[in-house]
Design a protein around this ligand. Structure first.
Ligand SMILES: O=C(O)CCC(=O)C(=O)O
Ligand SMILES: [Mn+2]
Length: 214
């Protein structure tokens, strides 16, 4: 018979780690949401969010993005990129609960969120920075991870030969990309080899004007 673990009845305790990227900073909080909360939120968002595949037209070719998305924001804040205009969906009650917790943990307010649903390890997001002018000069972008563990990678915008930094994002964790990260660094969530369970992320932002553009 297996010995019960000493930690079986321990709640997951949030653990904050800080990573320096050049003179920019990232904070990672493991277990910001308990496994039980994260599992419930994952299922509720999977069921209730109107997930869509965005299709970009690049050089005349239609390309579906390798993930499902939903844009939620205060009314009047649309989001446009590569000729695509996303009209914000009204806030969902669980997303508002997550937003309230994020605002407390980040000591920062947010008025929009891009939700991403990675169905398995072949879904991904490629190199980019969340540096639209509508986010202001030094935006704080903070994300919540629910479901499968995936790795987020960072590389500097200049000096592209320097090595990539990797952060593993666990279920219920949050990641706070500090003020100068979007100016100096790109990030991506690469495909994961082998089968990977689904993952949902919510990346909270604060748009300064009504119209957001990439
Ligand atoms: O899923 C993630 O953790 C990253 C998503 C992302 O970079 C974005 O939505 O801009
Ligand atoms: Mn991003």
């Amino acid at each position: 018979m297996n010995q019960p673990s000493l930690f079986d009845n321990e709640p997951d305790t949030p653990t904050r780690q800080t990573f320096a990227l050049g003179d920019s900073e990232i904070q990672y909080v493991a277990n910001a949401f308990t496994a039980r909360e994260a599992d419930r939120l994952f299922q509720s968002l999977l069921d209730d969010i109107p997930w869509r595949t965005a299709t970009l037209t690049i050089a005349g070719h239609k390309r579906p993005l390798p993930r499902l998305q939903c844009w939620m924001a205060d009314q009047g804040r649309s989001y446009s990129y590569s000729g695509l205009k996303l009209i914000p969906h009204p806030w969902n009650p669980d997303v508002l609960r997550i937003k309230a917790r994020m605002e407390q943990l980040c000591e920062h307010s947010f008025n929009s969120v891009l939700l991403n649903y990675y169905r398995d390890g072949s879904d991904s997001v490629s190199w980019h920075a969340d540096d639209e002018t509508e986010l202001g000069p030094n935006p704080i972008v903070a994300s919540v991870s629910l479901g499968a563990e995936r790795t987020l990678e960072f590389k500097p915008k200049v000096n592209l030969t320097s090595s990539k930094k990797q952060i593993v994002l666990g279920n219920g964790s949050i990641l706070i990309m500090g003020e100068t990260i979007q100016n100096n660094w790109l990030h991506q969530l690469p495909k994961s080899s082998g089968y990977t369970d689904p993952r949902i992320s919510l990346t909270f932002r604060n748009h300064l004007s009504g119209e957001a553009q990439l």
